[in-house]
Design a binder for this molecule. Structure first.
Ligand SMILES: Nc1nc2c(c(=O)[nH]1)N[C@H]1C(S)=C(S)[C@@H](COP(=O)(O)OP(=O)(O)OC[C@H]3O[C@@H](n4cnc5c(=O)[nH]c(N)nc54)[C@H](O)[C@@H]3O)O[C@H]1N2
Ligand SMILES: Nc1nc2c(c(=O)[nH]1)N[C@H]1C(S)=C(S)[C@@H](COP(=O)(O)OP(=O)(O)OC[C@H]3O[C@@H](n4cnc5c(=O)[nH]c(N)nc54)[C@H](O)[C@@H]3O)O[C@H]1N2
Ligand code: SF4
Ligand SMILES: [Mo]
Length: 860
């Protein structure tokens, strides 16, 4: 792998223009195609030529992919094997009025700017076309082209070596949601292809916490017994009050047509409130009452709202008595009096019975910076407006003790009886309609693991092995002899994740990389994580393989994803790669074909060359045996393929917990009630034996975060940085898309008074730093961000200078890798400082056309 001989191919490519680069790729494909690996058709049109008219083009309905907050239709217009244009739903592509009239009952699924810009990502200069092997030091970004044979043999041999030497926990599964919203080619922590592959190889450490919303997940499971606690978004159109609590759907998509339904609500007289450290575009659109709040103090403000509601007797006592456990003394379970952790009830906590401190609006004002009178006004409004949707989003839970914020919000939703009713909202995680999500074998091999840790603790685990306690890394308990065994991680697979760029405390991750012996990155483009890999495997995008798309949390439809074009270069789907690796590992370990066949039962080894019939067989079977059999669908597979989309028509708007509230069905909790007092938490006796590791109160409580605007640490680091999701990217995806980059710059938002004091003006280059890292980025000065707070969107492509300073403005250089007890990533619990800077800012690899140079160019 470290052979430096064959760099000529790459160096030759460096001087190519984009146009000749693509032509060269097609030619390269033809050459290898002679060996039978890939097709030989030359591309007949070039992607950047002026648009041909529609009658010269073939039109293919497909969908967008990614973990982007939604799932929309994309329409590919292609000439020959090249996509020359991308449009979206305009109602033409479904027949018989099945979809797309753009009415409340039948809305279109129209893509956003990102989806419509996809062509630039597909044909980007950052596209990985061949397997690449590292030739320089790890992280240096020097690679050479290698063959699939070399790449896969190297990986297989190394896997065997690491398993033999370090045991069944040596390989860390870092697949994530880059491609988890398809049914077949899935990257996913739980249901994914990598998990199945490493599990069957009997060498897998898995990560159990989810960056998006682990605090929220914990809360939803404890309180409602499920994460399917969301209504479909059309129900917002029936709300009379929507409280957007840390929720900015104008930027951060949260479903397909959320904004459309919120607009309908507005037109029908709904009031909007925003509780957020920044005044968002969502607030501007609906003329919302903005309540700026100090980051991470949300649980305190919600507690004070509960205080106002209880002390004014505005709670719905009948709902509480019927449906809640532990809301007050009258709803305590019998066993509670005998439980050390379970004796407290929520109302008495709020009134101060246990600690002598009523959680009054004045008490909360000192914590949150929100005037007590505003807390009262909002509490009154929420308790007296029906139906009202308190949409408590995930970002305020992506914090130290974030789970307490979500539980507190659930308590308010319950005490005001806004659960199970149209126009209310019980939403925590908020999954609504249930999709049939997996088309490949989901059997006893699907999720085998030998250790599972909190995801953001992997670097800590690698750097401190073996001197680690189970609570340090949130080790998941097991029933067998592996219980308590700290994983000895020596290799990482990134599949559908850019986690070196996206997990907390990147500098610590970089330090841990040095201790690894195998790093594999499977992606369709070179990414910041890819720079640290030993082997880069080029993955075919969702335009280049056959699948069916799932909605993202909201929406009830499937979109067919045919193979629109042949895979670019030598790229393969993840499923092809794992299948071929399974065959190779089988032979090398004396299992013969058994591993390959068990991994992908419908395939032979031929799958690496021609996956289409097998993919079709899986998808057809999934449609027939799951969708048609379980979901009352009578449309045959062939017809679905011809239409491109299947939209379920629900008899009435989907409202979570409607049956519980209207028909008395039990909630899925141990008590069958909404558990404000969690039975599960109340019964824990030794926290170190749980995956949480540390104490969690049985009822929702305000707990001080470890760094925030009221902590002594502000003497050194006076600003609280939050890092929301960017409108113009999906995390790191699309950072390299020039069209989207014309609409924005990565910048840090700072309050005007703070900026004046520091002599910072819009456009000035500033640096942000704390003890974990330093980043350089331009400033944007505004009144829309509250004093003391900095907003830096996550996802910029890391670009380090020789001193380890990030010139791109990547927020995760500053975040902390200490998770909350329930597993929430503390992405928004960050103190730092800011000043004007002379350090260099680099707006992005693509912008300076440095990407390929950075990755592939050696000192010439
Ligand atoms: N500071 C800060 N950091 C954050 C957050 C925050 O709020 N603040 N949010 C966090 C959250 S919620 C999330 S979900 C994470 C997201 O973190 P990631 O999942 O790492 O983010 P993405 O940029 O979506 O990376 C997905 C990668 O998968 C690749 N990919 C797409 N399709 C496929 C495929 O079919 N196969 C393979 N092999 N690869 C594919 C894409 O090219 C991309 O490089 O970021 C987290 N990071
Ligand atoms: N365009 C786009 N949409 C996306 C994504 C994307 O990358 N791009 N990612 C998707 C994914 S994977 C996820 S997990 C979701 C995330 O969805 P969310 O968690 O809802 O989104 P964020 O953008 O992180 O934050 C939303 C708002 O919370 C505010 N906020 C931050 N900290 C606090 C706090 O402590 N208290 C309060 N009250 N407010 C706070 C921010 O200012 C922001 O306005 O978004 C999804 N949608
Ligand atoms: S919201 Fe997501 S699925 Fe929809 S077009 Fe944009 S990036 Fe694609
Ligand atoms: Mo996420």
């Amino acid at each position: 792998m470290t052979d430096q001989a064959d760099l000529s191919v790459l160096e030759g490519r460096l001087n190519l223009t984009r146009r000749s680069f693509l032509k060269a790729s097609a030619a390269g494909a033809a050459a290898v195609g002679a060996g039978g690996l890939i097709r030989t058709d030359p591309a007949r049109a070039f992607a950047y030529e002026p648009y041909p008219t529609d009658d010269e083009l073939t039109t293919v309905v497909t969908s967008c992919a990614h973990n982007c907050g939604s799932r929309h239709m994309l329409v590919a217009h292609k000439q020959g094997d090249v996509i020359v244009r991308i449009s979206t739903d305009d109602g033409r592509y479904q027949r018989d009025g099945f979809f797309g009239k753009d009415t409340e009952a039948e809305p279109q699924v129209r893509g956003c700017l990102r989806g419509r810009s996809y062509r630039q990502r597909l044909y980007s200069p950052e596209r990985l076309l061949y397997p690449m092997g590292r030739v320089g030091k790890r992280g240096e970004g020097k690679f050479k082209r290698i063959s699939w044979d070399e790449a896969l043999d190297y990986i297989a041999n190394k896997m065997i070596e690491l398993k033999q030497q370090y045991g069944s926990t040596a390989l860390l599964d870092q697949s994530y949601a880059g491609a988890s919203y398809g049914v077949l080619h899935k990257s996913d922590q739980i249901e994914g292809l990598l998990g199945r592959f490493l599990g069957m190889f009997s060498c897998r450490t898995s990560s159990w916490s989810v960056p998006s919303y682990q605090g929220t997940t914990a809360s939803s499971r404890w309180t409602f017994g499920t994460i399917e606690d969301g209504n479909e978004d059309d129900t917002f159109a029936h709300s009379k009050l929507v409280i957007m609590w840390g929720w900015n759907p104008a930027y951060t998509f949260h479903g397909g047509n959320t904004f459309y339904y919120l607009r309908l609500a507005k037109q029908r007289g709904c009031k909007f409130v925003l509780v957020d450290p920044q005044y968002t575009d969502s607030a501007a659109s609906y003329d919302a009452w903005w309540i700026p709040i100090k980051p991470n103090t949300d649980a305190a403000m919600l507690a004070a709202m509960a205080h106002y509601i209880f002390t004014n007797n505005l709670q719905d006592q009948d709902f509480i008595d019927r449906f809640c456990q532990g809301m007050d003394a009258g709803t305590m379970p019998v066993w509670a009096s005998g439980s050390a952790n379970g004796r407290e009830n929520f109302k008495d906590y709020i009134l101060g019975a246990y600690d002598g401190q009523p959680k009054s609006p004045e008490w909360a004002e000192a914590i949150c910076g929100v005037p007590a009178k505003d807390i009262r006004t909002l509490a009154h409004l929420y308790a007296t407006t029906k139906p009202a949707a308190l949409k408590a989003s995930w970002a305020p839970g992506r914090n130290a003790y974030g789970e307490q914020y979500n539980r507190m919000a659930a308590a308010l939703q319950a005490m005001t009886a806004n659960i199970g009713n149209l126009g209310g909202s019980a939403e925590g995680v908020g999954k609504a309609w249930h999709a049939e999500a997996v088309a490949y074998p989901y059997d006893e091999y699907a999720n085998i693991w030998f250790a599972a840790i909190k995801s953001d603790r992997w670097a800590h685990c690698v750097l401190n092995y073996p001197n680690i306690s189970r609570e340090d890394i949130g080790l998941w308990p097991r029933e067998d002899q592996l219980d308590g065994v700290v994983p000895n991680i020596k290799g990482i697979f990134w599949q559908g994740s850019d986690w070196l760029n996206q997990l907390t405390n990147i500098n610590k991750e970089i330090a841990a990389m040095d201790k690894l012996e195998l790093v594999v990155c499977m992606d369709s483009t070179i990414t910041p994580s890819g720079l640290y890999a030993d082997v880069l495997l080029p993955v075919a995008t969702h335009f280049e393989r056959h699948d069916v798309a799932l909605p993202w949390y909201k929406g009830h439809y499937y979109i067919h994803r045919p193979k629109v074009i042949e895979p670019l270069g030598e790229s393969k789907s993840d499923f092809q790669i794992f299948t071929e690796l399974a065959y190779r590992l089988g032979w090398k370990t004396g299992m013969g074909d058994r591993f390959g066949r068990a991994y992908n039962p419908k395939a032979t080894r031929e799958y690496f060359v021609n996956p289409d019939p097998v993919d079709e067989a899986y998808l057809r079977e999934w449609w027939q045996s799951k969708v048609m059999a379980h979901q009352h669908v009578d449309m045959p597979w062939e017809e679905f393929k011809a239409r491109g989309i299947y939209k379920f028509k629900l008899e009435q708007p989907h409202v979570a917990f409607r049956e519980q509230v209207e028909q008395g069905k039990q909630f899925a909790t141990p008590s069958g009630k909404i558990e404000i007092l969690s039975s599960q938490l109340a019964q824990v006796t030794d926290w170190t034996r749980t995956m949480y590791g540390y104490h969690i109160p049985s009822i929702p409580k305000w707990i001080e975060p470890w760094e925030w605007l009221n902590s002594p640490k502000t003497a050194k680091y006076p600003f609280h940085m939050i890092s929301p999701h960017p409108r113009w990217r999906t995390h790191s995806i699309f950072n390299n898309c020039g069209w989207l980059r014309e609409t924005y710059e990565q910048e840090v938002t700072i309050n005007a008074a703070d900026a004046r004091r520091l002599g910072i003006r819009t456009g000035d280059t500033v640096e942000l730093w704390n003890e974990r890292g330093r980043v350089v980025v331009p400033a944007y000065v505004t009144e829309r961000c509250m004093p003391g707070v900095l907003v830096l969107h996550e996802g910029a492509w890391l670009d380090l200078d020789e001193n380890g300073v990030d010139r791109s403005g990547n927020a995760d250089m500053l975040t902390l890798d200490e998770p909350s007890p329930a597993g929430a990533f503390a992405y928004n619990t960050v103190l730092c400082d800011i000043r004007r800077s002379r350090l260099a800012h680099r707006p992005g690899w693509d912008r300076l056309a440095t990407s390929r140079a950075h990755v592939f160019r050696r000192e010439l």
